[in-house]
Design a protein around this ligand. Structure first.
Ligand code: HEC
Length: 136
């Protein structure tokens, strides 16, 4: 199961990064790149599914984001996306603070969630430590 999840995550990253590259070039200023719905579809939906309904099956679990009271306090999804947890990959250094803010705002105001206090890119930057380093 670990191997499967690893492969899935790698595939999702590849898709997400390809999108980010084509949408932003190196400057990161394109509108599409900061569009929460697009970030969700390209980066999160592979695991959390269409409509944020999540997926459960044979040992794997992707929690639903739909109607999820864990999204009420914005710092929690920001920290989840920045740092990951368990089977959830981290995106600090992979998505821009603006993209993370956009996708967090998107999931907090869609899929039956109605948390209207927006997160800003500055909030995300303030919560982010240095991107994790990996031996390459
Ligand atoms: C590779 C699969 C995968 C991807 C891609 C992914 N997640 Fe997750 N996510 C998970 C898993 C697995 C968990 C449960 C982690 C745990 O607590 O053990 C999770 C947990 C979460 C939680 C916490 C839910 C709760 O009820 O506590 C949030 C919020 C979340 N993800 C948002 C996102 C967002 C936003 C994205 C896109 C930027 C994303 N995830 C991308 C797999 C993924």
């Amino acid at each position: 199961m670990r191997a499967f999840l690893g492969g899935f995550a790698a595939f999702t990253f590849a898709a997400g990064m390809a999108h980010a590259d084509s949408a932003t070039g190196l400057g990161g200023h394109a509108v599409a790149a900061d569009n929460g719905a697009l970030v969700y579809q390209h980066v999160c939906q592979g695991c959390h599914q269409v409509g944020g309904r999540g997926a459960k099956g044979a040992g794997a679990g992707f929690p639903a984001l739909a109607n999820n009271p864990h999204l009420e306090v914005s710092g929690y999804p920001v920290s989840m996306v920045l740092n990951g947890h368990g089977g959830m990959p981290w995106f600090n250094g992979m998505l821009t603070p603006a993209q993370i803010a956009a996708v967090v705002n998107y999931v907090r105001t869609h899929f039956g969630n109605d948390y209207k206090d927006p997160v800003t890119a500055a909030d995300v930057s303030a919560a982010a430590g240095p991107p994790p380093t990996m031996e390459r």
